[in-house]
Design a protein around this ligand. Structure first.
Ligand SMILES: *Cc1c(COP(=O)(O)O)cnc(C)c1O
Length: 487
């Protein structure tokens, strides 16, 4: 049986289902596999398989305390008709570069891939652990996590989903998606201020012991839909394996050839999944970590110093506006040779001083990682350049990756994660293409006309839907509001 241990080494090892239910380890660390599962990746077979086949292979290996029929049930629920595409993802070629479009799910961003699976992983795990409490998912979102989490958890029995988003700093599409959510178990509340304010308020709730007691008395317990949950990470390994198999099938590469992987990065979940894929046998030459102007990671990979003491910037790629990338801790754990004392020291320094410097030996193990960042102007220029040169329209997050790809000048076959639909950020994309400013439904129509593509069915009628969630609160009211919503 696989064991999941804490990166900080101060909590007991647990099974996959316990790790999924706990979210974060009790010592504040993140759950990581004690050993990599043994999977034989026979590419001549894998290249003929469907996305769901590969998802089954990976889920079976990492979540090995789930039965075969439980995994089948979860995969069927997660990767069914809610996807525009038969095989979840699709591809677009630009010479040596292959975009893997991860945004054909219900909310048009890559987070759907994991968040369509997580609720079923959690409720199945709860059954296995004979846990009868109702799971309350509490999340602060800069946009994409909230909508994707509600789409996944919406109307899933034994769960409630509560989303706090900043009144300022989400795109118009994202706001409309949240305010029109129809699931009975979804609660959506705007907080005055920016994402940092919303995030801080939610963290206070999660750390409130007397609140946890009140919840327990009501048969409720908090959990996390954030990418610190191992149940969000593992589903993301699948598409890197699937993409590699498809590159072989399309004769772009031969089995065993190394590829580069470019990932627009925020909390470091998506690029970490690519690293996990490499640890179970995906041949990777370089990982390209792409950031926006909140370029903590670019500096980290260039200097070995992680320094979050800087001004938080709200950018045109808002899902990557973040100064503390939680999942980096998981990479450092492996780079340090699974040295939890070393990780504990870094995380203490981060807590106390907002910064830490990693040891040379640990840094040497990160030699496959390169990093670069794009300013907001460079994002706009990249969107325009790619549209003009290749007639392909990318969203601002993917544009950050595309710019970093050029900057780092990696060579050979390269995969780039296209993390959101351009429609989700229509206003920014139109602006980059020098169009007169329009918003809402008009922006969708304009982008459709410009690009000769259909408005994705998921949002085609978004602006006709009734607004159901109008509440705006001050962060001081968050505890009272939460209690009112769930008790
Ligand atoms: C969340 C998000 C990212 C960042 O992904 P991480 O896993 O947090 O690094 C990038 N692009 C989009 C569109 C996102 O929604």
């Amino acid at each position: 049986m696989m064991k999941y241990v804490s990166t900080r080494g101060q909590a007991p090892a647990v099974t996959a289902s316990q790790a999924i239910l706990n979210g974060i380890s009790p010592d504040g660390g993140l759950y990581v596999p004690e050993k990599w599962p043994e999977i034989s990746l026979d590419w001549s077979v894998l290249k003929t398989q469907t996305y769901s086949d590969l998802a089954t292979l990976i889920f079976d290996a990492f979540f090995d305390d789930f039965s075969v029929s439980e995994i089948d049930y979860i995969i069927k629920k997660a990767y069914g008709k809610q996807w525009e595409t038969d095989n979840v993802v699709s591809f677009h070629e630009e010479n040596d570069l292959t975009y893997i479009e991860l945004f054909h799910g219900p909310t048009l961003a890559f987070k759907d891939v994991a968040l369509q699976a997580l609720p079923h992983l959690m409720t199945t795990a709860a059954k296995k652990q004979a846990m009868s409490d109702k799971i309350v998912i509490l999340t602060a979102t800069s946009g994409d996590t909230g909508t994707a989490a509600m789409s996944g958890f919406g109307d899933v029995s034994q769960t409630e989903i509560i989303v706090f988003y900043p009144e300022e700093g989400v795109s118009e599409i994202q706001r409309q998606q949240m305010q029109t959510e129809t699931a009975d178990n979804a609660h959506v509340i705007a907080i005055t201020g920016n994402f940092d304010d919303a995030q801080k308020a939610v963290k206070t709730l999660l750390a409130d012991e007397s609140l946890a007691k009140d919840l327990k008395a009501e048969g409720l317990r908090f959990s996390s839909a954030n990418s610190i949950n191992i149940g969000r990470l593992v589903p993301q390994i699948v598409y890197y394996i699937y993409a590699y198999a498809q590159l072989i099938k399309d004769e772009k590469i031969k089995a065993g050839d190394e590829i580069n992987i470019v990932v627009p990065t925020g909390n470091f979940g998506n690029v970490l999944a690519a690293y996990y894929a490499s640890q179970i046998g995906l041949p990777v030459k370089q990982f390209i970590v792409a950031s926006n102007e909140n370029n903590v990671l670019t500096d980290f990979f260039t200097t070995g110093k992680y320094d979050s003491n800087r001004h938080f910037k709200v950018t045109n790629a808002p899902a990557m506006d973040i100064l503390v990338s939680s999942n980096l801790e998981r990479l450092l754990y492996f780079a340090s040779g699974q040295n939890s004392d070393e990780i504990q020291a870094y995380m203490t320094a981060l807590q106390e001083d907002g910064a830490y410097v990693i040891k040379p030996d640990t840094r040497a193990n990160l030699n496959k990682f390169v990093a670069a960042f794009a300013t907001q102007d460079q994002v706009s220029e990249t969107i325009k350049k790619i549209a003009n040169a290749t007639n392909y329209t990318i969203d601002p997050h993917t544009a950050v990756g595309r710019y970093a790809y050029e900057q780092t000048a990696v060579t050979g076959p390269t995969l780039i994660a296209a993390t959101a639909s351009p429609y989700k950020f229509s206003e920014t994309v139109l602006q980059a293409l020098n169009m007169a400013p329009v918003s809402g439904q008009a922006a969708l129509a304009q982008l459709s006309k410009m690009t000769g593509t259909e408005i994705p069915i998921q949002i085609a009628t978004l602006f006709n839907k009734p607004i159901r969630h109008k509440q705006v609160i001050d962060s001081k009211q968050i505890l009272a509001t939460l209690k009112h919503e769930i008790f």
